[in-house]
Ligand binder design. Structure first.
Ligand SMILES: [Zn+2]
Length: 418
């Protein structure tokens, strides 16, 4: 039996749409979007809803020590490996109905479709909702725990008050100190597939149905403090100033120029600048900058990050300042499995939908999973490239196409790797 032997089966589009409409009601905002922050009442309600959908469909439910919630369609072979399909039900505040949800609902629908068709696979098939993908408390908490990559001090770093986070975990029935037990053995997995909306406008502009993800951008985030000397703003000679704000603002402008001129495919964003003392008549002695950079090429990412750090030292010297640097986050460039890329492309061709290869600049659970098990990612167009707002929208035919591509990619990979 090969994946193409099931060429005629399709997901049940009406059932998927009903689920989508019901899920959109959970945490619905007056703007037409949803707010389901991880571990909030709304998020827990959405998970309870998913749990009921699994049970109602006769699908075995599993949850782990990180609160990841799964439905499992078992293979007849008890020793079979597991192919995981998933995404996340949590959202950003005032987010849209599609980000994450489409991937989880499609995974559920794929399991039901395969069960209804009476197909038994040589792998267990699992549909998963990962905890806190959006990072309300900790980015990719669920997939980080499952892959064992969650940092040890994820809820005990002394720079932050983790009380509310720990309380939210307890309330959701997730003892904070057991999260590492969610780690799976990669030898028990056959791979991971995720369907997601694109969130930018390349597919929409190209009029293309499906994006086949080849890699996901790496991201580094830093906090830097430029330190000078606070002094009277009128009596200090212009050439004698150690103006921390001047150093920080020149750094931001030069960093943007550097990325635009020397690193095609690179991204730089400064998201915050806090100045002190920030008072009338004073030259600022502290300027605290938070920025991040992304690149889709591993080697370029390293060079770019190095140049951004050197630039800070250069600018500090030019303006007679010191600079203190702290790295906040680093995720490496992720590569999707070649096997998954080819399978998704083949499926698109067979189903008669157009596809193009692309990289993702947004982080996803697939990024975390790809270091652990062969992973693949399928994008569907976001109208206007808008996301993380209530205006987020994907045409329904694309949701259906995406779910069918997920179904057939899962069948193809399951029958081959099983
Ligand atoms: Zn998402």
């Amino acid at each position: 039996v090969t994946g193409s032997d099931y060429a005629d089966i399709r997901i049940n589009a009406d059932r998927l749409r009903e689920d989508f409409a019901e899920l959109c009601e959970i945490g619905a905002t007056i703007h037409g979007g949803v707010s389901r922050l991880a571990l909030s009442n709304e998020d827990l309600q959405a998970r309870a809803w998913l749990d009921r959908r699994f049970q109602h469909s006769g699908i075995e439910v599993r949850d782990d020590d990180a609160g990841n919630l799964s439905g499992i369609l078992r293979s007849e072979n008890p020793d079979a490996r597991t192919l995981i399909l998933g995404s996340h039900l949590d959202t950003v505040p005032d987010g849209g109905c599609y980000d994450g949800s489409v991937g989880v609902l499609a995974a559920l629908e794929v399991l039901r479709t395969i069960r209804d068709a009476g197909i038994t696979l040589p792998v267990h098939l699992e549909a998963i909702d990962f905890t806190d993908e959006e990072g309300c408390w900790h980015p990719n908490l669920g997939s980080g725990a499952l892959t064992g990559t969650l940092t040890e001090n994820y809820n005990s770093d002394r720079d932050r008050d983790y009380g509310p986070f720990r309380a939210a975990l307890y309330r959701a029935g997730i003892p904070p100190n057991n999260i590492h037990k969610a780690r799976r053995d990669p030898a028990t997995l056959a791979g991971y597939l995720e369907l997601h909306i694109e969130q930018s406008q390349r597919l929409f502009e190209a009029g293309c149905d499906i994006g086949v993800i080849t890699n996901i951008a790496g991201r580094s985030s830093y906090q830097m403090e430029f330190r000078g000397e606070a002094c009277h703003s009128g009596t200090t000679a212009m050439e004698n100033r150690q103006d921390a704000l001047l150093g920080a603002s020149t750094y931001i402008v030069e960093a943007h120029r550097l990325i635009r001129e020397c690193f095609p495919g690179g991204m730089f964003n400064c998201e915050n600048l806090a100045v002190s003392p920030g008072t009338f008549n004073m030259i600022p002695d502290r300027a605290n900058v938070v920025w991040d950079c992304r690149h889709i090429d591993k080697e370029q990412m390293e060079i770019m990050e190095g140049r951004l750090l050197e630039l800070a030292k250069e600018q500090a010297t030019v303006h007679s300042l010191d600079v203190w640097v702290k790295r906040l986050v680093r995720t490496s460039v992720a590569t999707m499995a070649g096997r998954a890329v080819l399978e998704i492309e083949r499926v698109c061709e067979r189903l008669g939908v157009s596809s193009m290869r692309m990289a993702s600049y947004a982080g996803h659970d697939a990024q975390i999973m790809s270091t652990f098990t062969p992973s693949g990612m399928i994008f569907i167009p976001s109208v206007g490239g808008i996301s993380h707002t209530s205006r987020e929208f994907t045409e329904w035919r694309h949701v259906i196409q995406g779910a069918n591509v997920l179904l057939h990619s899962a069948l193809g990979i399951a029958t081959e790797v099983g």
